[in-house]
Design a protein around this ligand. Structure first.
Ligand SMILES: NC(=O)C1=CN([C@@H]2O[C@H](COP(=O)(O)OP(=O)(O)OC[C@H]3O[C@@H](n4cnc5c(N)ncnc54)[C@H](OP(=O)(O)O)[C@@H]3O)[C@@H](O)[C@H]2O)C=CC1
Ligand SMILES: O=CC(=O)O
Length: 293
């Protein structure tokens, strides 16, 4: 099966590589074209523009940073829309809001193409291991046709119905995740300030009802102040912002998420946007210590 792949960031590179390793013929494009070279050395072809990738491939997958990137790659000059046509499928796996996804869906389907949104849950390591959770919505026919690729990229795919449902599900999940990361940060901070060993806190948490893979994975690195990016903080803050907008739309009060978003914004202000999202701990520590002795 031949697929195009647009966007070779932390996630896209790992995903495109998995497709290559599993026998797919992959044509890649990245805004910074030089980043394609690594995958070319592993057997990928390069398209000079999103349009040229779509022209070549029946199916094109995108994994881009945010709504403005997702829109730009479709609607701008040399974009996806210039070459999408009847029989071709476009699968956007970026985390965006439902409105962005709907705009892309309408434009693609108006030109006769098929559209599927398919954001993923799971970070750099699950992407490398083909263990993502795929939250698809939109064209059911395209979902079925692209399932062989999803089987390589993920451990489970959900088909959630109409376009927008995948985006919304992803935002709800990441809103919870961002709030949990803030709770962990505050807990580590409180443990430390009150004379407890933060590592012992992690050990206790891991044996109880709130044990979870994220605390287990991120906690020890946070204690060391090590934030190599798996999920960049700027993207987590984007997801909090988009989830809060979804809350506005439906008049759902989300004070916990709103406060967590403030901490992520503060962390971005501290220059931590390209660090892992667990670096919000640094902002929480700053907040916790202000006014204290
Ligand atoms: N990292 C993670 O753990 C997870 C991330 N996600 C989501 O997946 C998406 C990608 O994340 P990730 O790979 O971590 O992000 P990265 O920041 O590592 O990569 C972003 C990609 O988007 C491209 N890009 C950014 N702006 C534009 C633009 N205006 N036009 C064209 N391309 C653009 C970048 O190109 P260039 O190289 O030129 O900058 C790069 O290829 C995001 O929506 C994120 O929220 C979902 C699950 C997990
Ligand atoms: O979006 C991030 C993730 O870990 O999932």
């Amino acid at each position: 099966m031949e697929v195009g792949f647009l966007g070779l960031g932390i996630m896209g590179k790992a995903m495109a590589r998995n497709l290559l390793r599993n026998g797919f013929r992959v044509t890649v494009w990245n805004r910074t074209l030089s980043k394609c070279q690594e995958l070319v050395s592993e057997g990928a072809s390069v398209g000079e523009t999103p349009a040229s990738v779509v022209k070549k491939c029946k199916y094109t997958i995108a994994m881009l940073s945010d709504p403005s990137a997702a829109l730009s790659v479709v609607f701008d000059k040399d974009g996806v829309l210039e070459e999408i046509s009847s029989g071709k499928g476009y699968i956007d796996m970026s985390t965006v809001d439902a409105d962005t996804s709907s705009k892309i869906s309408e434009a693609i389907t108006k030109k006769g193409g098929y559209f599927l949104e398919a954001p993923v849950s799971g970070s750099k390591k699950p992407a490398e291991d083909g263990q993502l959770v795929i939250l698809a919505a939109g064209g059911k026919e395209l979902y079925e046709e692209i399932t062989p690729a999803f089987n390589v990229l993920g451990k489970k795919s959900f088909f959630l119905g109409e376009v927008g449902n995948g985006a919304k599900m992803k935002l709800v999940v990441n809103m919870i995740m961002g709030s949990m990361m803030n709770a962990l940060s505050e807990g580590l901070c409180l443990a430390d300030k009150s004379g407890l060993n933060p590592q012992t806190l992690l050990d206790v948490l891991d044996l109880g009802g709130v044990a979870n893979p994220m605390f287990k994975l991120k906690g020890p690195a946070m204690i060391k102040g090590s934030y190599a990016p798996a999920f960049p903080l700027k993207h987590q803050q984007k997801d909090m912002r988009l989830a809060l907008a979804l809350g506005d739309e439906h008049a759902v009060s989300m004070p916990v998420a709103a406060t967590a978003n403030e901490a992520f914004k503060k962390a971005r202000g501290l220059g931590l946007g390209d660090h892992d999202f667990s670096a919000v701990f640094e902002a929480v520590k700053g907040k916790g210590s202000s006014g204290d002795a």
